[in-house]
Design a protein around this ligand. Structure first.
Ligand SMILES: Cc1cc2nc3c(=O)[nH]c(=O)nc-3n(C[C@H](O)[C@H](O)[C@H](O)COP(=O)(O)OP(=O)(O)OC[C@H]3O[C@@H](n4cnc5c(N)ncnc54)[C@H](O)[C@@H]3O)c2cc1C
Length: 265
């Protein structure tokens, strides 16, 4: 279990960032589920709950999602889930259980860039931007590829572009970490196929995505696209599965997700 010297509740994002960077042993608190797994000694714990960063707001062309929004909020938001074929709800639903999803937060998850993350895989299939207290606003892809730097993730922005999307993941058993995650989206000839938990962090299968956007889809074409995705991605091994197993799984999950997206067309 982690320990905390003092708890602060800043009234502005600027103050939260200042404390984080000025105090060497400071850390931001999300839902604390992951922090609880370790034994970190946090000198100053920064609680963001006075910053109005909890919740999902619909704008004319985007959704704004505060860093303190929980997975359960994503899962149950009736407006958000009328978009993208309920992709975000589908991605978080298999994670542990309802009580757990009431605690864990979007900001902590995306900032931590977990390789196994169901949510990051799904967000990458959408037009998602990350907003940071210091780093400003940038595409999720750019954020994921940046080296680590102390900052506070404040919001996500997802463009409401009407894309179709589907999510697939595979676990050894319910409530375990995923062995592989995939998200597929399609909008006006632009396809995106994302593969995560490889166990490396989620990435876009670039060639397969291009083929998905270009082609009239039938069963044979879907098999070819799935094989292309499995061929171009790098996979690794961990206690949950070998690289070879993940590559075979990738073909199956990508085909299933592409089939769902094609059926939505
Ligand atoms: C037992 C267990 C099983 C899990 N299984 C899965 C799974 O199957 N699939 C899956 O996708 N995920 C899984 N997760 C991860 C989970 O979904 C969350 O991503 C994770 O717990 C982090 O969220 P949190 O709110 O608990 O973060 P916390 O534990 O509060 O924080 C995690 C880290 O993020 C930092 N942080 C928090 N908020 C911010 C912020 N706004 N800006 C910058 N830094 C911040 C903290 O300082 C800390 O370093 C699992 C986690 C646990 C503990």
């Amino acid at each position: 279990m982690f320990t905390v010297g003092q708890l602060v509740q800043p009234d502005t994002v600027e103050e939260a960032y200042r404390i984080l960077t000025e105090k060497k042993d400071a850390a931001v608190l999300g839902g604390c589920a992951f922090l609880r797994m370790g034994s970190r000694a946090i000198g100053t714990a920064i609680d963001l709950s006075h910053l109005n960063l909890e919740g999902i707001t619909e704008h004319a062309d985007s959704f704004e999602i505060g860093a303190m929004t929980t997975f359960r909020m994503l899962e149950t938001d009736s407006v958000l889930n009328t978009f993208f074929d309920g992709l975000l709800a589908e991605a978080v639903k298999p994670i542990i259980g309802v009580q757990f999803r009431h605690a864990v937060t979007v900001g902590a998850t995306v900032f931590s860039k977990y390789g196994f993350s169901d949510l990051i895989t799904a967000l990458q299939a959408l037009d998602t931007e990350v907003e940071l207290a210091h780093g400003g606003r940038m595409a999720l892809e750019a954020f994921l590829n940046r080296p680590y730097e102390k900052d506070v993730l404040t919001r996500l922005w997802i463009r409401k572009d009407g894309r179709r999307a589907a999510y697939q993941s595979f676990r050894n058993s319910a409530s375990d970490f995923p062995i592989l995650t995939t998200a597929v989206s399609l909008l006006a000839g632009q396809g995106r196929i994302v593969v995560g938990a490889r166990p490396l962090k989620a990435a876009i299968a670039v060639q397969a995505s291009q083929e998905l956007g270009r082609m009239d889809l039938n069963s044979q074409r879907m098999d070819e696209i799935a094989a292309l995705a499995a061929g171009e991605m790098t996979f690794g091994a961990n206690m949950r599965g070998s690289a070879e197993y993940r590559r075979e799984l990738c073909k199956v999950l990508v085909k299933r997700a592409v089939t769902e997206v094609a059926a939505c067309k």
